[in-house]
Design a protein around this ligand. Structure first.
Ligand SMILES: CC(C)(COP(=O)(O)OP(=O)(O)OC[C@H]1O[C@@H](n2cnc3c(N)ncnc32)[C@H](O)[C@@H]1OP(=O)(O)O)[C@@H](O)C(=O)NCCC(=O)NCCS
Length: 156
């Protein structure tokens, strides 16, 4: 995390966030991504290094439930704690916005993301069969109570 800062994603960050998203999650559409990053009920955070966006994480909120939209970090900046910092910002912000719990879906084969979420205290709460396409794959549903935001990896 040396020299990397995490802050709410600004309008100036949107083109770089779209580019990172298209690189990391191929198949997305630029127009729908722009709408996602700028929609009022979605709240995104950006990680920047020397003014360059190297990661983002965001969620949506409705009443007392929040849902993680996505988290992604540029390949050259991975395993430095950036996604953890982004997700901690997401959890703290969702809690401050009044969410009591937060949910997410992750591809069953996405071991790095599953490990990240587990380290942050998310637990599995279900499976959506064949939820993802290209390739078709189950989604693992995970949840985290926001009554007590914690990072197991920090507590241990
Ligand atoms: C998943 C992703 C966001 C992790 O980003 P990151 O900045 O490298 O993650 P961090 O460095 O903050 O890792 C925090 C913890 O997550 C776990 N983790 C992260 N990447 C891991 C990997 N490749 N293998 C095993 N555990 C991993 C570890 O517990 C790690 O703690 P540690 O480094 O002290 O062991 C990144 O790999 C990525 O952008 N992947 C592509 C997009 C994606 O799949 N997003 C999730 C969609 S649901």
């Amino acid at each position: 995390m040396n020299g990397v800062t995490v802050a709410p994603l600004s309008m100036q960050d949107v083109p770089a966030a779209i580019a990172l998203s298209l690189a990391v999650f191929p198949g997305g559409g630029e127009t729908s991504l722009r709408a996602c990053f700028t929609r009022e009920c979605n709240r995104f955070f950006a990680a920047t290094a020397d003014g360059v966006l190297v990661g983002f994480g965001g969620y949506s909120i409705a009443a007392d439930q929040a849902d993680v939209i996505d988290v992604a970090v540029s390949p050259a900046f991975r395993r430095q704690g950036i996604a953890r910092a982004l997700m901690q910002a997401v959890l703290a912000d969702a809690q401050a916005q009044g969410a009591e719990s937060i949910f997410l879906e992750v591809r069953a084969s996405n071991a790095p993301a599953s490990a990240l979420y587990t380290a942050l205290g998310f637990t599995m709460c279900g499976v959506r069969k064949n939820y993802y396409k290209n390739p078709r794959e189950d989604a693992v549903l995970m949840t985290h109570s926001l009554g007590a935001v914690s990072d197991k990896s920090v507590e241990e």
